[in-house]
Design a protein around this ligand. Sequence first.
Ligand code: SDX
Length: 433
Amino acid sequence: MTKHTVTITDNKTGKSIECPVHEGTYGPPVIDTKTLYSGLGMFTLDPGFLTTASCRSKITFLDGEKGILLHRGYPIEQLAEHSTYLEVCYLLLYGELPTRRQYEEFEAQVKFRSNVHERVNHMYAGYLYDAHPMSIMVGVMAALSSYYHEALDLNDPADRDLTAKRVIAKMPTLAAQCYKFAIGHPFVYPNNSLGYVENFLNMMFSHPMSTYTPDPVAVRALDVLLILHADHEQNASTSTVRLSGSAEANPFACIAAGMVSLWGRAHGGANEAVIHMLNEIKTPDNIPKFIARAKDKKDTFRLMGFGHRVYKNFDPRSRVIRKVCYDLLERLPNKVDRALFDTALKLEDIALKDEYFIERKLYPNVDFYSGIILKALGIPLSMFTVIFALGRSVGWIAQWLELMEDPDFKIGRPRQLYNGAEKRDYVPFNQRS
Ligand code: SDX
């Protein structure tokens, strides 16, 4: 909705242009700068897109100052308390909470697509036994593009919807296969009599030689964790999926590209890095030394799980996760690494009282406590980012759907400020000094 404009004047030439300002439901209004080049012959420069809106979106809203996160208008705290991950998948894809019949129909369609082609199972053999599971996930997800390519019509809403269901359905199967490959266990097929999260834990931990029944407390804890990772506006990995999707690339390959970005330790790789850091800290009395390192500009060490590009207050997800940690401590006391949790709590307490962190508004983010839960669920450290990718896969594919339906759809093509060499002629070898 355009209410007013801003005038941008080039003081060098005196030329001005009127740029429309668009307002959304929440959040800062945006200046529409698409006439900047034609009007003033200029681009904008915004490294890391600190203040650049790349699209209009109805899926998620977050307020970094107030620590608010909404999915289709519903607060994350309420979804974490009352919903399930599969229901949040429906909400993110279709914009409304499902009726019971809609939910059952959606669940049945997802279950029906949870298996992968037998030939995918042979892909793992090409990886070294100790390959990082994210390196495998990127490969097998990209490989799905070879199974769903020719028949996939990106212009057909039904094909796009089917793709979304396939991604949501197959991610748990691929993730569990990565784990089974790493430990040399036989793959476990999806079991459609189980719920989404139960089925994932069954594929992860059941074995032909023994019976396995997922603990309902663990199922609920992981369900909440997946909800908290489902979507988060235009973060690095989602923007990667959108940019790849804008070129009309195969959606499975776009999801693989999102995984590549998420794997970075500044992004989704941080949950694994937090546990490495807490293990390195060992006991609370070592914390001051690590806080000093985090503040030392000469030291590349950063407090993993702290800080966020947008949240300059508590990440609302980290508050929920910390509560789940306490719940798990009560209900599965022998599963939670109490020493690790105590070190994390103490680290948070000390950092939040330190001027450096206060001044820079650095608070615990979603990754700070998630590892404590994953460890309690018996999920190995190397699989932590895979779990993040599992949760985020619905956000990626929901944002991809929104991109493909966007009336403003066009290929993403940022510009640059060139500050390289001026034009010059080629110099043959024998004339170079
Ligand atoms: C996720 O975008 C999303 O939404 C991401 C995510 C999602 O759901 O998709 O929320 C998931 O990626 C969470 C973030 C996980 N990453 C980490 O926990 C890694 C540690 N955090 C930092 O790397 C950092 O905080 C970032 C990358 C998360 C954010 O960096 P910014 O916003 O670009 O901030 P910056 O690097 O410009 O830092 C501003 C200042 C700097 O100091 P000064 O130059 O002002 O003196 O804060 C300092 C930084 O050095 N700083 C930190 C710090 N984070 C920022 N100092 C020590 N430890 C840290 N963790």
